[in-house]
Design a protein around this ligand. Structure first.
Ligand SMILES: *[C@@H]1O[C@H](CO)[C@@H](O)[C@H](O)[C@H]1NC(C)=O
Ligand SMILES: *[C@@H]1O[C@H](CO)[C@@H](O)[C@H](O)[C@H]1NC(C)=O
Ligand SMILES: *[C@@H]1O[C@H](CO)[C@@H](O)[C@H](O)[C@H]1NC(C)=O
Ligand SMILES: *[C@@H]1O[C@H](CO)[C@@H](O)[C@H](O)[C@H]1NC(C)=O
Length: 454
């Protein structure tokens, strides 16, 4: 008893000391980013600003080759354990690969994926792919541009089921113009061959994309890497941001790591009692994040070794990517799982669409590099510094209970001007999983942002 109290007290004192020190030493600063890096191959040609129509049109031989690979894989080593304790379950994977090989019709899906207008345009030497939904002009409605950015291992596919809900909201006096780009090196956005293209540089590219489409000020929506990109965009260009709706609010300040330690003694100082388990016990929470984030460390340090396997084996890619959809939709699936559980949230067809965007473009490998470029130096890259910058822009937060990373009790470290915070029994991929709920939350946020707009 006595020693437990004693150690709690020393933790408290140590934490206080580090809290004060760290606060002074590492107060985040807004870094400037070089906005003119030429990411393309060949000599600089900044004059090409054309916006070209784009349609997905995958050569037949790519699909034939894929079918061959799906048919000829070696049998999977049967999983130990009944669920996903060791990674994606082999029985589930068998069922999924069978679906991909025998029930997934690319001809049909290509038509589906082409159902929204897509374009490419060159920015700093890279062809950036994006979906662009311009509403029919209606004089009575204000058109509000919104940039929506996906993450990893997601894609623009995450947003397909929200587009119609967001653009057909007849009861409002505004309508959204959606711009949905692929991150550079993901899907149909070109990958650079040069080092350094991080999420911070991506924020620059996407801001220029919006400017090129004629928008000086716009709304933002993002999650995962897309969320970090837009958090950085908000820090770099607050004057461009009308409001930022995020389903992945990242708080990675040193202060935010110290506060929960201080809160060990009085958790209710940090989080609401019904949210205790999101933060405490610290040891369990820490071990959970440690166990589930191996991918992050690997992709941040040795992306290319992993990339070779993922770009050559659709089964390997499915196992690796789906693990994120499984554990990222309900972490209880790590220990108890049937494919029915996942199918209640995402259709196999939708999940395969998403994989296809990586497979046919061979961009699993280049997508991993985004982690290397953004987080490789560990602690203090430009991307990390920028995403740790308190935001002056107005924000709205959609928080998913089953997200693997969850900031609770520390949001105001970064989101200093937050106007809406809602908690949902949702996954890491809410636009993809529960499009109606997600869209309602987003539109409610825009209502509030607009009501306050001068
Ligand atoms: C852009 O500039 C380069 C040289 O600076 C020139 O060769 C090229 O034709 C120009 N392209 C366009 C589209 O004007
Ligand atoms: C795939 O879909 C296309 C377009 O709907 C259809 O013509 C074709 O018969 C389908 N293929 C199979 C194997 O079902
Ligand atoms: C998550 O899984 C648990 C246990 O299987 C279940 O009780 C809960 O309803 C699930 N929640 C969601 C949102 O999937
Ligand atoms: C749009 O409607 C909202 C409330 O529904 C109102 O606050 C706002 O002033 C309206 N804007 C315009 C331009 O009519």
């Amino acid at each position: 008893m006595f020693s437990a109290k004693g150690s709690s007290l020393s933790i408290l004192i140590l934490s206080l000391a580090s809290y004060i020190t760290v606060n002074h030493l590492f107060a985040p600063r807004v870094h400037k980013i070089n906005e003119n890096v030429w990411w393309g191959v060949g000599p600089e040609q900044n004059n090409d600003t054309e916006i070209r129509e784009f349609n997905i049109n995958v050569p037949e031989e790519v699909i034939t080759d894929l079918k061959w690979r799906l048919k000829h894989h070696r049998p999977f080593r049967p999983s130990i354990g009944t669920a996903n304790q060791y990674g994606t379950n082999s029985i589930f994977l068998d069922e999924f690969i069978d679906h991909w090989e025998n029930h997934y019709n690319w001809t049909e899906r290509e038509i589906f994926l082409n159902k929204y207008p897509q374009f490419k345009t060159r920015i700093q030497g890279l062809d950036i792919h994006f979906i662009h939904i311009k509403p029919d002009t209606d004089e009575n409605k204000k058109v509000l541009p919104m940039l929506m950015v996906h993450g990893w291992p997601g894609s623009v596919r995450e947003f397909y089921d929200v587009v119609d809900i967001l653009t057909n909201n007849i009861n409002r006096n505004y309508t959204l113009e959606l711009v949905i780009p692929s991150l550079p090196g993901f899907g149909f956005s070109e990958a650079t061959t040069k080092p350094g293209l991080s999420l911070a540089h991506t924020a620059v590219l996407f801001k220029k994309l919006m400017n090129r489409l004629g928008h000086e000020k716009f709304y933002l929506q993002g999650g995962d890497l897309g969320g970090i990109t837009l958090q950085i965009l908000s820090a770099l260009y607050p004057e461009s941001v009308l409001g930022y709706h995020t389903n992945f609010p990242v708080v990675y300040t040193l202060k935010s790591y110290i506060k929960p330690i201080l809160g060990v003694l009085y958790p209710s100082w940090i989080v609401k009692p019904e949210h205790y388990e999101r933060v405490y016990p610290l040891k369990d929470r820490g071990l959970f994040i440690f166990r589930e984030s191996g991918y992050f460390h690997l992709q941040s340090t040795k992306p290319d070794s992993l990339g070779v396997a993922m770009d050559n084996s659709p089964e390997g890619m499915a196992a690796y990517f789906l693990e994120k959809f499984i554990t990222g939709s309900n972490f209880t699936y790590i220990n108890k799982f049937s494919s029915k559980d996942l199918k209640e949230k995402f259709s196999f067809t939708g999940l395969i669409d998403n994989l296809m965007l990586y497979w046919v473009t061979q961009t699993a490998s280049s997508s991993f590099r985004m982690y290397f470029e953004s987080f490789e130096d560990g602690f203090w890259t430009d991307s990390i510094a920028l995403m740790s910058t308190p935001l002056s822009v107005r924000t709205a937060i959609f928080r998913s209970k089953y997200d693997l990373y969850m900031a609770d009790g520390v949001l105001n470290e970064i989101f200093t001007n937050n106007i809406q915070l809602n908690d949902y029994d949702a996954s890491h991929f809410p636009a993809f999983e529960i499009p109606q709920t997600f869209s309602d939350d987003l539109l409610n946020a825009v209502d509030k942002f607009e009501a306050e707009q001068i």
